[in-house]
Design a protein around this ligand. Structure first.
Ligand code: HEM
Ligand SMILES: *[C@@H]1O[C@H](CO)[C@@H](O)[C@H](O)[C@H]1NC(C)=O
Length: 462
């Protein structure tokens, strides 16, 4: 099964790019060709098909969450193969702290990848570099890497140049102006980065900074792994179920402290809970005894750039590391889009309180919800959302429909962005059985001040 359309179909993407008066026509064509070329390369790789989401019945969900291994919800990790799973941190992959002009941001998984040269050390990457680097380092599914990078390019990257920043704003080249906002992941509040993160503070409560690690938050999540208070942390054990429970606690804390708390976009409905799951599914070490992987305090701290012991942890900005002698998930079990959808879905079914659309209305503890029925014009409700493929359909449409809402700029530029992104998404949606989901009523979110809050970054790289 091929996930992506043929090259012939893709080249037309390039040609179909509208010529726009106020932006350079060559740049548009270049972006189109770039999309076509990347998709071609991806097609040549052996794609895993998008597996059906297969969510449990709500009454089983907590048991399933508790029983889930660190290998994820769909393909097991049945054996350990040291040669396949060993990750080099030597030679071209040796650790180096970022130079002053190199960008790091809110995502420890990306920062560690860049610090070891699995992503460009500059901190800006193309789709192809993202896909190849993250697949090699983490066994991140090819189609997942492509969609996450393509979205980053259109929403806060450099569409003309075909790259995105894992941290702060990219430098603008006057010859190839951004079609996107160019603010990078660090200043992608609500469009990519969201409230209720595992280790970062909510943007509004931290002067717009949602990319720096909060030691207090790290202390809190670290405790979920047991009570090993030693410096090495070898006896801590982190699981996806403990993190799902932690997400519920963090949400409550945000509602009680952030008058601008907002959730309703792809960022908060998917990226934030998925990031909790990524710690377990990508940062775990694998061994003969535990082929499904285990995450101890040592590995957790290394990947997060943290040293010290509980009570006196220290975060070293931009110093996230891949531990020495660390073994990734096996090649036979990549973690892809279907896994993201299933894991986020299981989380909502196991901890139903965490499924929220809405926000505080300007004061703390004023959370007001928007019903799934109202958002989807009656097509789905909180129950049918989890039937069949509906949840996967819902989150990808939420992603797609968010683009025009979060992009600032002339309509032509927004159209270019959506025509760049759609070819990455269409084949995925094509593999799912989706109900007719019309336009979500995003105007329901206008009542929440946090929906429109959008801090921009300084021209520095952090
Ligand atoms: C192209 C791939 C990726 C993109 C575009 C991406 C993007 C992001 C973004 C936007 C955030 C902020 C979300 C929030 O507000 O909580 C984030 C956070 C996070 N990401 Fe990634 N990410 C990627 C891959 C990964 C990988 C491979 C890992 C694990 C190895 C990872 C682990 C995390 C974690 C743990 C956080 C939460 C950090 C914290 O709150 O302290 N990500 N990522
Ligand atoms: C990972 O597990 C292997 C055993 O397979 C062990 O030798 C190694 O020390 C562990 N690495 C880390 C970073 O914990």
């Amino acid at each position: 099964m091929k996930l992506l359309p043929t090259l012939a179909a893709l080249v037309t993407v390039g040609l179909a790019f509208p010529v726009i008066d106020n932006l350079d026509a060559d740049a548009h064509q270049k972006a189109g060709q770039l999309a076509a070329r990347t998709l071609k390369i991806l097609e040549e790789e052996n794609f895993q098909p998008v597996r059906r989401s297969a969510l449990p019945l709500p009454e089983d969900a907590l048991g399933i969450s508790r029983a889930e291994t660190n290998c994820g919800p769909t393909i097991p990790c049945p054996y350990f193969d040291a040669k396949d799973q060993y990750v080099s941190v030597e030679g071209e992959y040796a650790y180096a702290a970022p130079a002053p002009d190199e960008i790091r941001g809110p995502c420890p998984g990306l920062n560690a990848a860049a610090n070891h040269g699995y992503l460009p050390r500059s901190g800006t990457a193309t789709i192809e570099e993202t896909v190849r680097g993250l697949n090699k380092l983490y066994n991140l599914g090819v189609e997942l890497g492509a969609v996450l990078a393509a979205y980053a390019i259109v929403i806060d990257g450099d569409l003309a140049g075909g790259s995105w920043s894992i941290g702060g704003p990219q430098q603008s080249d006057p010859l190839t102006p951004f079609f996107g906002n160019g603010q990078g992941l660090s200043y992608s509040h609500n469009s990519y980065e969201g409230d209720g993160s595992i280790g970062r503070l909510d943007a509004f409560t931290n002067n717009g900074d949602a990319h720096s690690l909060s030691i207090e938050k790290f202390e809190s999540v670290y405790k979920t792994g047991g009570d090993d208070t030693s410096e090495n942390g070898f006896d801590q054990r982190f699981t996806i179920d403990k993190f799902r429970a932690q997400y519920q606690e963090v949400q409550k804390h945000s509602i009680a402290t952030n008058p601008y708390y907002f959730t309703g976009a792809f960022s908060t409905v998917v990226v934030v809970p998925a990031a909790y799951n990524f710690v377990i599914n990508f940062m775990s070490n694998h061994s003969e005894e535990e082929p499904s992987g285990y995450l101890d305090g040592y590995n957790f701290k290394q990947f997060f750039g943290v040293t010290g012991k509980p009570g006196s942890f220290v975060w070293h900005k931009g110093q996230e590391r891949i531990p020495e002698n660390w073994y990734k998930r096996p090649t036979i079990s990549p973690y892809g889009l279907a896994d993201v959808a299933a894991d986020v879905g299981i989380g909502y079914l196991a901890y139903p309180e965490t499924l929220r659309f809405g926000g505080n209305t300007g004061t703390v503890n004023s959370f007001t919800g928007v019903a799934v029925e109202d958002l989807t014009g009656g097509v789905l409700n909180a129950k049918t959302l989890f039937e069949g493929d509906n949840f996967a359909c819902f989150i990808f449409v939420l992603l797609q429909q968010g683009i025009p809402h979060f992009l600032k700029g002339p309509l032509d530029a927004i159209n270019s962005a959506t025509s760049f992104f759609d070819p990455f998404l269409t084949p995925i949606l094509g593999k799912l059985e989706c109900p007719e989901l019309g336009n979500f009523d995003q105007s329901l979110f206008n009542q929440f001040p946090g929906y429109k809050y959008s801090p921009t970054g300084p021209a520095t790289n952090y």
